[in-house]
Design a protein around this ligand. Structure first.
Ligand SMILES: *Cc1c(COP(=O)(O)O)cnc(C)c1O
Length: 537
């Protein structure tokens, strides 16, 4: 068995290392590669997409009511007057076309359930889908924000008591949310070089890598989830947040890669800590929250302290659309901290934002994020493209109108049956049912894979293998690509299996390959045992 030198790859992010694994896995031409490294789902929500295309056709007829006498190919803005009546005619005429029934239902929902004006809504949607105006307001279109807020309220807050209101900034996915937020927190002196931030580990790797960049230079403190406790954060780990040196706490909930949501008990415990640490900034990335039942975000628990990031990418199978939101409560710690900055820093910031408002000191943090996203000077052309906002609204309405949660249950069943297939292939009974497990990903760690054999084998294996050895062998010998868990901050060698992007029978095959590899090490271990277990390698 040849030893591979993987030391030169040690600094690569798991996502880059994956490309190396793909090269290996694809090197044998007559074999199918099973790439379970990607978080990109292979399913997608069709109804709100049908709705999008039909809305587009309706909007075209609206546009062509103006100027088309000049020349075919010229249109104008939609007209507000009579738009609802014209839409009703359209919806009746095309009622059997996929998406039209949904659209008509969406207009009724907006009117009857949300109490908004149907005509205003149709006008905003038509103007948005025609993309004939800059996004105004730049943070988010007016009715679009109200509708998406309902969606966020239902999915992230649920029945949890929540007082007051919050603002949304529509962004190009969770990716843009993170980039914008890190930048604006730095520019607004909320995070300074040398500051300590706590990361709920393991975590989506950019949260580890961004703070380490030279322009941030933040010190990271791990809040380690315990694999033996179903990947929950032990109290003594959360207690690290009591240290006033810790400026911010960043977490992904449900987590990536373990795909487990923070337990109710831990949420309560965190809320208690925040009472003691009212100055603690929290950023929670809840892009997987919609895959959980009755999800409650830390944003619901600690709205004053928490910035919420949500993305439509995973749940709606919409990674190419680039859709996400940032939410902050209307009364929040960030604005309070900015108001409390030393005079010279406040003065500098007032100058920075003077071109966009006459009262820069009153500019909300979330509006600063919008301005900073376009280097302040281009604030007037900031904002998410309007067709993107339209699709975001249609995804949100689709979910709000699905009171039986058919889509959610289908998504959950899909990923759970894939996990069961993986374990079937491995010949290992799946972990006991845990209501906090979401299963978008599953982490196979050496300990877990070898539990039935016993702790001595685990210790021997950890001692005998090189980092990434198992992943490289899986790629090379079985064409199976997993992402290394280590880059996400897991403590043991592990592989992240995405349950989102392959079909059930593929997961059985992946399970079998993992088992085959494990059995081979087991054989070596037993052979070594004959010569004495103390002897290593
Ligand atoms: C996939 C993912 C994102 C990226 O989302 P986009 O909206 O596609 O940019 C953000 N955060 C986490 C934790 C993710 O897993």
């Amino acid at each position: 068995m040849s030893k591979r030198d993987t030391s030169s790859l040690a600094s690569l992010s798991p996502f880059e290392l994956k490309d190396e694994l793909i090269k290996l896995a694809g090197s044998t031409s007559n074999r199918l590669m099973l790439n379970a490294g990607r978080g990109n789902p292979n399913f997608l929500a069709t109804v709100p997409r049908h709705g999008f295309w039909q809305l587009g056709l309706f909007a075209m007829t609206e546009s062509e009511r103006s100027f088309s006498y000049l020349s075919p190919g010229v249109g104008g803005f939609p007209r507000r007057a009579g738009i609802e009546e014209r839409f009703d005619l359209f919806a009746r005429h095309y009622r059997d076309v996929p998406g039209v029934h949904f659209l008509a239902g969406a207009v009724s929902y907006v009117r009857d359930q949300l109490g908004l004006d149907g005509g205003d809504f149709l006008y905003e949607m038509c103007e948005g889908i025609l993309a004939c105006n800059y996004p105004v307001p730049d943070r988010m279109l007016r009715l679009s924000e109200k509708i998406v807020k309902q969606y966020i309220r239902r999915e992230m807050i649920g029945k949890h008591p929540f007082t007051g209101d919050f603002d949304l900034y529509a962004v190009e996915g969770g990716t843009a949310a993170m980039t914008y937020l890190f930048n604006s927190m730095r520019v607004n002196h909320l995070l300074k070089a040398g500051d300590t931030i706590a990361l709920g580990m393991p975590i989506f790797t950019p949260y580890i890598e961004i703070p380490e960049l030279a322009e941030y230079h933040l010190t990271e403190l791990s809040i380690d989830a315990d694999p033996a406790a179903g990947w929950q954060y032990p109290k003594q780990e959360l207690d690290k947040l009591r240290n006033p040196k810790v400026k911010a706490f960043f977490l992904v909930n449900p987590s990536n890669p373990p795909s487990v949501r923070v337990s109710d008990e831990s949420l309560e415990y965190l809320a208690e800590i925040v009472k003691e640490r009212p100055d603690l900034i929290i950023l929670t990335d809840d892009v997987y929250g919609t895959f959980a039942d009755n999800f409650v975000s830390l944003f619901a628990m600690c709205p004053h302290n928490t910035i919420l990031v949500y993305s439509y990418s995973k749940y709606f199978g919409a990674t190419g659309w680039r859709l996400g939101v940032i939410a902050t409560h209307k009364s929040n710690l960030l604005d309070a901290k900015i108001a409390d900055l030393p005079k010279d820093e406040r003065h500098g910031l007032n100058q920075r934002y003077a071109s966009i408002t006459t009262k820069p000191e009153k500019l909300l943090f979330i509006d600063r994020v919008v301005a900073d996203s376009r280097t302040v000077a281009l604030n007037h052309t900031a904002g998410l493209s309007t067709p993107q906002q339209v699709q975001m609204v249609l995804f949100s309405l689709f979910s709000l109108m699905d009171t039986a949660e058919t889509y959610k249950q289908t998504m959950k069943q899909l990923i759970r049956s894939r996990k069961a297939a993986l374990y079937r292939g491995m010949g290992t009974p799946p972990a006991p049912v845990d209501a906090n497990v979401v299963d978008y990903y599953t982490l196979l760690d050496v300990e877990q894979m070898s539990r039935e054999v016993g702790p001595d084998f685990v210790a021997w294996l950890l001692d005998s293998i090189e980092p990434h050895e198992l992943l490289f062998r899986l790629a090379e010998e079985a064409g199976v690509v997993l992402l290394p868990g280590g880059g996400f901050g897991t403590r043991h060698p592990s592989g992240r299996v995405s349950l989102a992007n392959l079909n059930e029978e593929d997961y059985v095959k992946i399970g079998r390959s993992v088992r085959k590899l494990r059995d081979e090490y087991l054989e070596r271990y037993r052979a070594a045992g004959k010569e004495g277990k103390a002897k290593k390698k």
